[in-house]
Design a protein around this ligand. Structure first.
Ligand SMILES: NC(=O)c1ccc[n+]([C@@H]2O[C@H](COP(=O)([O-])OP(=O)(O)OC[C@H]3O[C@@H](n4cnc5c(N)ncnc54)[C@H](OP(=O)(O)O)[C@@H]3O)[C@@H](O)[C@H]2O)c1
Length: 355
């Protein structure tokens, strides 16, 4: 089968044997997979952890059809041909992968395998950040940074789904328009590259609505936003740190910023770091079950819309896809089509397979 592996810091196409399912594993024929930032770090040899932990085949998620069952049969009633999607430890940029059947999510008929290929990592992470790490509920004010990203487009929908109020930052008006189209109030969308700092704009809006601060920040940025996050967070709020795209060094230069730790203490802010990839299998299985319970009807009826970038790539274009993501050009998920018929519905309708 064709696979993509990292070679000297670049994605390279290679051939490998189709894996055989062991007890409890099914074999999936992959129709679509998707990019995650972690893929770009793993490819470049920069993902934290010992080198021996680095996977040979890239890819943390996929959607496809079951093409082989465990030697003793499926204990969960899966059959050959079933449409499924799953989070993976590695191996998504390939034509086949083996996976523990307890990690599978069924894909409804109304959802294409193309879109499903970009669901698992982003939706599991966002769900975990909002409802396991933080405890977001109806009426909460939630700030989602990089809101047009894979995680961001998902997190704002999950906020709206439970009646929380999302606020968003992104780098361009075009990206913010996309976020507003997902249902975020245009007044709550802030450019990180505008003339006025996003935190000042946000505080003005909060004040106009008699709100003293944000209840939860979902933060993939880290260092460069730390002081501003502490400023906009309210009393007894949560700050969930899940990425470091803005570096590890905090910028304390802002004139008039109160001492950082004093702000954390005084506002009783709960600052928590989290990584999904390093969690146990049991944790991921339970998270998968919770996500399915919360989302499957809403994915099927279109309330929740897995959001994909207009660009789509093939396995042989993986390096180009990585460079597109590293240039911050994607809006939503970047899909790698493994089988041409991944977007079954669009092909049936004669449409263009994309978002
Ligand atoms: N901890 C976990 O379990 C976990 C799981 C999944 C993902 N993550 C992390 O979550 C982050 C987002 O992942 P993703 O897959 O959604 O990525 P993505 O779709 O590639 O989006 C990332 C976006 O972040 C924004 N950005 C980049 N550099 C920035 C900076 N210096 N300051 C502010 N914004 C910046 C850019 O959007 P703008 O152009 O709008 O600024 C970029 O498009 C990554 O850091 C990833 O590693 C963590």
């Amino acid at each position: 089968m064709r696979v993509v592996i990292p070679v000297d810091g670049k994605c390279e196409l290679a051939q490998r044997r189709i894996p055989e399912p062991k007890n409890g594993d099914v074999l999936i024929e992959i129709y679509a997979t998707a990019l995650n930032r972690a893929d770009t770090l793993i490819r470049a040899g920069k993902y934290p952890g010992p080198p021996s932990d680095e996977p040979e085949i890239l890819g943390l998620e996929c959607a496809g059809r079951i093409s082989g069952l465990p030697p003793n049969g499926s204990s969960l009633g899966f059959r050959v041909g079933d449409r499924v999607m799953t989070l993976l430890n590695c191996g998504g940029y390939a034509e086949y992968v083996c996976q523990d059947e307890r990690m599978l999510m069924r894909v409804s008929d109304s959802l294409s395998l193309y879109k499903a290929g970009g669901i698992p990592e982003t939706w599991l992470t966002s769900y975990q950040l909002l409802f396991w790490n933080a405890t977001v509920k109806k009426g909460d004010q939630v700030l989602v940074h990089a809101a047009a990203s894979g995680i961001g487009t998902t997190a704002v929908q999950l906020c709206l789904g439970v009646g929380a109020v999302p606020y968003a930052t992104a780098s361009s008006l075009e990206k913010l328009h996309t976020v507003a189209a997902l249902g975020v109030d245009g007044e709550h969308c802030f450019s990180r590259k505008g003339d006025k700092p996003w935190d000042e704009c946000l505080m003005e809006v909060l004040k106009a609505h008699n709100k003293s601060g944000i209840d939860t920040v979902l933060d993939p940025v880290g260092g460069s936003y730390a002081v501003q996050n502490a400023k906009v967070l309210g009393l007894d709020s949560s700050w969930v740190l899940f990425g470091l795209m803005g570096g590890v060094a905090m910028d304390f230069e802002g004139a008039g910023s109160p001492p950082f730790l004093a702000t954390i203490l005084r506002k009783r802010i709960r600052l928590m770091g989290t990584t999904l990839k390093t969690r146990s299998l049991d944790y991921k299985i339970k998270l998968t079950q919770d996500l399915v319970e919360h989302c499957s009807d809403k994915w099927a009826d279109g309330t929740y819309k897995p959001f994909c970038d207009d660009r789509q790539f093939k396995l042989e274009d993986a390096q180009e896809a990585h460079e597109y993501m590293e240039a911050n050009l994607n809006v939503g998920k970047l899909i790698i089509v493994v089988r041409e018929d991944a977007d079954e519905r669009a092909l049936l309708c004669g449409g263009t397979p994309k978002v």
